[in-house]
Write a protein that binds this ligand. Sequence first.
Ligand code: ADP
Length: 271
Amino acid sequence: MGGGIWHTPPPAVGGRPRRVPVVEVTGVRHRYHSPEGETLALDGVDLTVEEGEFVSIVGPSGCGKSTLLSLIAGLMRPAEGEVRVRGKPAALGSPRVGYMLQHDHLFEWRTVLDNCLLGLEVRRAVTPAARERVMRLLTECGLEGFARRYPAELSGGMRQRAALVRTLALDPELLLLDEPFGALDYQTRLRLEDEVGKLLKATGKTAILVTHDIAEAISMSDRVVVMSPRPGRIRRIVPIDLGGASDGPLAARRSPRFSYYFDLIWKELGT
Ligand code: ADP
């Protein structure tokens, strides 16, 4: 079996937890070509994300955050360098990768449950057990009782929850989140960040979040990647340690160290 890294994680060294890379971005440069000319979007980006980590990417608009996420999702190939997921070149349609965007892209003519089953349907994998799992996810995401409703009957926060269930229905091990809370009002956004953060940690998922919200990045992440203006380069990677076992993103905002990280990242972005 061509197992490689997927089947044989490295052994624990000296009692430390295993560090298994899920995403490896190496020397990536990416440019777009359009009638107006060439745009260098990313220039020399290196990033490794390990199993179970939550990493956020922040940076000014147009610095290449979404481009980096699209490369990891396998939607595009980098002009130079390599993007690997579990040791293999990032490829579109990998069952291990779930992608969630700011717009929920729910189909209005399908019920919430049918929207959430869509990916499984495409894979011809709608078994009774899979259906039951989706129903459980709907309950965990506060959507019990809304399975037979249509998206138009849901609030913005509920729609985004449904989109999350649809993404999780395929049980991806890596979640790519591109401003998924961006269109929500402040309170809904905080509540959803908290729920999603706790759910992903509890299920051991690896996640990469693109956001322009520094507080969101700090409260949800193990590390925050700060990018420079275009062409996007990684300016600094800030490991977040808010002290003690985290009680989730909402509690993290109340940590005395929160403002320290906020100032640090703010300064990095401002120069
Ligand atoms: P961010 O997510 O940080 O706002 P993007 O990754 O969307 O940045 O874009 C990075 C740069 O690449 C921007 O200058 C943007 O205008 C340019 N860009 C993005 N997509 C395209 C495209 N399809 N064609 C041409 N230029 C693009």
